[in-house]
Design a protein around this ligand. Structure first.
Ligand code: ARG
Ligand code: ZN
Length: 880
């Protein structure tokens, strides 16, 4: 309330006294306020008496004054919902401590002390899944970013590194396996059917990398010999029945270990590497030192239940977490503003790994598709933030596509500018210089300058400025000179109205139209707001191929005639650029159709390119599939102001139907041909599966009945999940008798298999069926649905929120449904609840009618008096 402009009457004052206190907005943490912690914690000893409902934690910390920090008479130990049991200082009861909110603040007289802290927690009530929680009868932890403070009082910040020794005791029958970080140093039998184990991690680490697991688990065990000849035992722990599904994860782990030695010179540094799969997990996985904890979704895979996409995701996430051992654990982050230091770099590392495993072109296209459909909308909306943010209220909200995927693109640009060899010199210097430290993004950039020989002064703007730069490209031909004029603008984002030009590395090539060749690619550095680059010796106007390989994470608007796009879609030798030409062609057409003008000549040109792609005998199917995929509706909506999601959906479906109708024979032939390729993991077989289902999606838009039969045939004959789920997805969007029968079959076939039943929910929630909202509402009542399991919540509701025709229903019922989910989930699992807010937060880019409804739902959420810090922050930023 504004007390200056509205003088309060006596009555107001009385009412104010009676009114409940305004819920206090959570504090804003600022990057500029960073100060080193005044104390060091050389040793941390943790003793756990484990139980599902009651776990007693005794923490013994040695504390010493930090000579490099400003001295303080007190030490602040963070807590989150903890009750302090016993507290001792140097072995004696002491009184020099108070609670400040959730934190424990202790006055310390000397320079070094030993603190003993006892807390008691109830893992079974921990529905947030942060700290120590129960999942399917086992106990496990998730501490990043600030979960450790839900276990014991501790300086829970990434720049306090400590050496951990852990003792666990637990009932033998319930928890035969007891794991923590590092090495198992001792174990034995205790009293009353209990046993115990001791673990020691020789590598000092921040609290967010602590982990513990106790449960009835079995392991797939293997070993790996490192480049210096050390034997490492590898274990993947899962529930009993899941063991046969761990082989792919194990192979992926071993491949990752070799690759990191060969590509980055990084060797593993313990004798043991453990992975544990848990069913209840907020994120994908976690890189705890020597004990990675994974969402089952990113460990378990076999052909019967995992799609090709699932296999790739397992490989990528296993690699990602393993690579964190160097980019994250050996070198960690000074504070959470530096999160992209480890995440952006590690995403780049896992992308390069997957490129090497699966082929560069297709992986690059897939990564760019994710960037554009998730990160670009984030960067153009109310939640936009630089890859190194300046402030936050709840750090969980900053595990974003910007930090991860744009962060990876920024480091990839450095690699493009330096070349792979110089880049490696830079990373070698970074790893050598900062090993054992909690570092900053600035440290990384400086290592790249010194090691890779790059000059990155202006480049640092990529760390501080949010928003996706737009580059306008115009090529003018005169005499025998081609002049390329590039203009850049960086759009305003919240808190950053004025932007400086960014250095933008663009790989370009100029094609000779007649021979479909070019003189070689070059890297153009656009550093100013506007620059012109001239090229001599072109008797004819060349065709511009730009941002090849997606060398910069920008939007290129090229002023280029349609026939040149068609030319590039058929001839560009850079696979990404070829894909891009096709996407641009279709995007131009569809945005025009959505705006009410239908260009039949343009559609015919698209059809010609599409047919050529289907028939190109030199193309591998995996790449053919990429070229056939139409730009997504979210991406299309981003290309226009005040997008109408309904018209975009109709336009896109209309083109699919026209292509399906016009090229029905070719699509059926493609489907038949791919159908005859037997199951296998070869690129050929995988490619065939991709184009097989893709062909169905076009056919379904043109001929529902005929395609329902074809899809049912694919479903019935399927000997793998890729074909089965692909067919089910197509059927789920059709009003046909085949639909119901196959959905029932799928459920009965996989009943009780959590990850596969997730697919059953997701396939229906993502479907093109006109009644999808009713289906989602009914599925929420299904006995297998629960708000307690994040995978299940995501498979029903995230799939729906990302389904434009359901979510953007003109009457606002989709928005209401998601707002209701946020309100219901927030008290159970705020971190996952907050992840739904961005879907509603995009209202400023949507046409006025829907925007109003979206905003109203956000306001309804904001009016709730009991919002978590997570959801509160996202909703208030969205309403801005
Ligand atoms: N560091 C993990 C990874 O990217 C993510 C953990 C994030 N967890 C969270 N609760 N915010 O590999
Ligand atoms: Zn990560």
């Amino acid at each position: 309330m504004d007390i200056v402009s509205t003088p309060a009457t006596a009555e107001d004052n009385l009412q104010m006294a009676d009114a409940p206190p305004e819920p206090k907005a959570p504090a804003i943490i600022q990057r500029k306020d960073y100060k080193p912690f005044p104390w060091l914690i050389p040793q941390t000893h943790l003793s756990f008496e484990l139980g599902l409902e009651k776990t007693r934690v005794t923490a013994t910390l040695t504390v010493e004054r930090n000579p490099e920090a400003e001295a303080s008479p007190t030490i602040r130990l963070n807590g989150d919902g903890l009750k302090l049991g016993e507290f001792k200082c140097d072995g004696a009861k002491c009184s020099g401590h108070t609670m400040d909110g959730d934190d424990l603040v202790v006055t310390l007289e000397g320079d070094s002390h030993t603190l003993t802290i006892v807390t008691e927690i109830d893992p079974s009530q921990n529905t947030q899944l942060m700290g120590l929680f129960a999942s399917g009868g086992m106990l496990c932890t998730q501490c990043e970013a600030e979960g450790f403070r839900r276990i014991t009082f501790f300086p829970d910040r990434p720049d306090v590194l400590s050496t951990y020794t852990v003792r666990m005791s637990a009932p033998n029958a319930e928890f035969p396996v007891l794991l923590s970080n590092g090495n198992n140093t001792d174990s034995g039998e205790g009293e009353g059917g209990t046993h115990w184990a001791e673990w020691h991690d020789p590598w000092p680490k921040p609290s967010y990398l602590f982990a513990l697991v106790a449960g009835d688990l079995v392991a797939n065990s293997d070993s790996f010999t490192t480049m210096s000849g050390r034997e490492v035992t590898l274990n993947i722990y899962v529930r009993d029945g899941d063991l046969p599904r761990t082989e792919h994860a194990m192979e992926s782990l071993k491949k990752s270990m070799v690759w990191d030695e060969e590509t980055f010179g990084r060797e593993y540094d313990l004798d043991l590497f453990n992975i544990v799969a848990v069913s209840d997990f907020n994120m994908g996985a976690m890189e705890n030192k020597g004990l990675n904890i994974f969402n089952t979704k990113y460990v378990l895979a076999d052909p019967e239940t995992a799609t090709d996409g699932n296999f790739d995701a397992v490989e990528g996430v296993i690699a990602h977490e393993y690579f964190h051992n160097w980019s994250g654990n050996r070198i960690t982050c000074r504070d959470w503003f530096q999160l992209s230091l480890k995440e952006g770099f590690t995403v780049l590392r896992d992308q390069l790994f997957s490129q090497d495993m699966q082929g560069e072109a297709v992986k690059r296209i897939e990564d760019v598709r994710v960037l554009r459909s998730v990160q670009f909308p984030e960067d153009s909306g109310p939640l936009a933030h630089p890859i190194r943010p300046d402030s936050y209220r709840e750090i969980s909200n900053f595990y974003t596509s910007t930090i991860y995927n744009k962060g990876a693109e920024v480091i990839r640009m450095m690699r493009t500018m330096a070349g792979p060899d110089a880049f490696r010199k830079g990373t070698d210097l970074y790893f050598g210089r900062h090993d054992g430290e909690a570092a900053t993004c600035e440290d990384f950039v400086r290592s790249m300058e010194d090691g890779a020989g790059l000059e990155l002064e202006q480049f640092r703007r990529w760390y501080s400025q949010a928003g996706t730069p737009v580059v306008e490209a115009v090529l003018v031909h005169d005499g025998d000179t081609a002049a390329l004029t590039l203009k850049q603008t960086v759009p305003p984002t919240p808190g950053q109205v004025e932007k400086q030009p960014m250095p933008i590395p663009l790989r370009i090539a100029l094609f000779d139209r007649a021979t479909a060749t070019h003189r070689g690619e070059e890297l153009v550095m656009l550093t100013d707001a506007e620059q012109t680059f001239t090229y001599e010796g072109f008797a004819e106007k060349p065709v511009l191929s730009i941002n090849r390989g997606f060398s910069a994470p920008v939007t290129v608007r090229r002023d280029i005639p349609q026939d040149e796009l068609v030319f590039l879609a058929a001839n560009d030798d850079d696979p990404f650029a070829r894909y891009e030409a096709m996407q641009d062609l279709v995007t131009d057409y569809l945005t025009q159709v959505a705006a009410g003008s239908q260009d039949d000549a343009m559609r015919a040109a698209i059809g010609e390119a599409f047919a050529a792609i289907m028939q190109d005998g030199d193309l591998e199917d995996a790449m053919r599939g990429e070229l056939m995929i139409l730009p997504g509706e979210t991406y299309l909506a981003e290309q226009v102001d005040a997008a109408d999601p309904g018209r975009i959906h109709e336009a896109r479906q209309g083109l699919k139907a026209w292509l399906g109708e016009t090229f029905g024979d070719q699509l059926r032939a493609l489907h038949d041909r791919a159908n005859n390729v037997p199951y296998g993991q070869s690129a050929e077989a995988r490619g065939a599966r991709k184009v097989k289902t893709l062909a169905l999606t076009f056919l379904a838009a043109a001929d529902a009945d005929g395609t329902a039969k074809r899809a049912a045939g694919q479903y019935d004959a399927a000997d793998n999940m890729t074909d089965r789920q692909g067919a089910l997805m197509v059927l789920a969007g059709l009003n046909s008798p085949e639909r119901t029968a196959r959905l029932m079959d799928f459920y009965n076939r996989y009943r009780g298999d959590e990850l596969t039943i997730d697919k059953w929910f997701a396939t229906q929630a993502a479907s093109l069926h006109p009644n999808v909202i009713e289906h989602v509402k009914a599925l929420a009542e299904h006995p297998d649905f629960t708000m307690r399991n994040p995978n299940r919540v995501r498979s029903l509701y995230m799939a729906f929120a990302a389904n434009p025709q359901g979510f953007h229903a003109p009457d606002g019922s989709g928005y209401k449904l998601i707002a209701d989910v946020i309100l219901a989930l927030d008290p159970i699992n705020p971190q996952t609840a907050a992840r739904f807010v961005p879907y509603l937060g995009r209202f400023r880019r949507i046409e006025a009618g829907r925007a109003k409804l979206m905003r109203a739902e956000l306001e309804r959420i904001a009016a709730s008096p009991t919002l978590s810090r997570d959801t509160h922050e996202q909703v208030s930023r969205s309403l801005g």
